[in-house]
Design a protein around this ligand. Sequence first.
Ligand code: HEC
Ligand code: HEC
Length: 358
Amino acid sequence: MSGLNDRQARVSTRSVCVRGGLYTAFVVSLVLGFSTQQSAAESYDLPFPLGLKKELAVIPDDNPLTKEKVELGKWLFFDTRLSKNDSIACASCHIPSLAFTDGQAVSTGIHRQQGGRSAPTAINRVFSSGQFWDGRAATLEEQSVGPLTNPIEHGFGHDDEVVEKLRRIKEYPPLFQKAFGSGISIQTVGKAIASFQRTLLSGNSPFDQHTAGGNEQALSPEAKNGLTIFRGKALCFTCHSGANFTDEKFHNLGVDWDRDHIDLGRYVVTKNPKDIGAFKTPTLREISRTAPYMHDGRFATLRQVVEFYDQGGIANPHKDPLVQPLKLTEKEKTDLVEFLKSLNGEGWDVTPPTQFPQ
Ligand code: HEC
Ligand code: HEC
């Protein structure tokens, strides 16, 4: 099955897609360098691990990757001064050792306040345009500044407060100047953080070594059987499709519909009744490292997730017809989980900075 769905195809034609070899990359960066007057910046060659598809990367024309932006974005991602009271960084909820999640059902932000949704991984974001469980941020740049003015995350009252605070840290303005040829603005903060996030990749997993690399030994017989079920009987691949295991679309599985409080999900963004209770299909890469699962973090184990699908999700008037009782055998469930565990790969190994701009 093709990994390129309509939406990604549309997005990638107007994005920087380095399709050819080094020469193309050179020409592309040269052209962009001139057009955005960033000729001083060093282009950043994103090394896509086995199984990932360069041509699906979504990198907007006005924010090409450069070494300077990625470095700056990394500092910003880990810097707790990027919160109202110096207590919270992006990395407080997207912790590198937990594959950039926080291990909690729902996240805890500034003043120990809790939100209503689970923190998804920040890995392989380069393959999506819409971000968040409900896709409310149309770009990763927009997503990258959203949490800063969220009263229960980083706690700033306004974008200007973020910018003012960064301007007062003497070594930040020259870094922005170097990366963007301009001063600090909420746009350049977003572009820098998005650039860093685009370098967090996961590929070359046992699944990739088996499927893209042709190494029959990379998967156990159980995981191979699990892959067959994933693609066939269990219908998982209809939604968790393509190289990043997502169709980038929104579906209602009935998560929440057994509780008093129902999160309306995508509907809040589109106001389209067909989106009631629909959430973005998440990537399944690194999935055994990112428990608990679902937008409300209700499942502690992958086995529980598989049981949920086996029962056909939770009934409600808006449930996706693709989610139906599966009648999996115990062995099929076990093998499916074995397959999911084969999606742990590499490309997101980041050492958190120990020193920050002063
Ligand atoms: C208090 C915890 C917390 C902090 C701090 C935080 N996040 Fe998140 N992050 C979350 C939660 C919870 C969600 C899901 C929210 C939603 O979808 O409505 C999320 C969603 C995301 C997503 C979307 C992933 C996807 O698959 O759509 C990205 C990317 C992300 N955060 C990056 C960041 C960055 C960058 C920062 C810092 C500017 C940050 N986060 C700060 C908890 C946090
Ligand atoms: C109809 C589309 C669809 C099908 C079919 C589907 N999924 Fe999902 N999957 C989703 C969506 C949407 C979510 C998020 C739902 C939510 O939180 O409300 C999700 C969530 C998950 C999660 C949790 C991810 C996380 O980061 O929390 C796992 C694991 C998962 N699915 C595995 C599977 C497996 C295994 C199958 C096959 C048995 C499957 N899915 C079938 C759309 C689908």
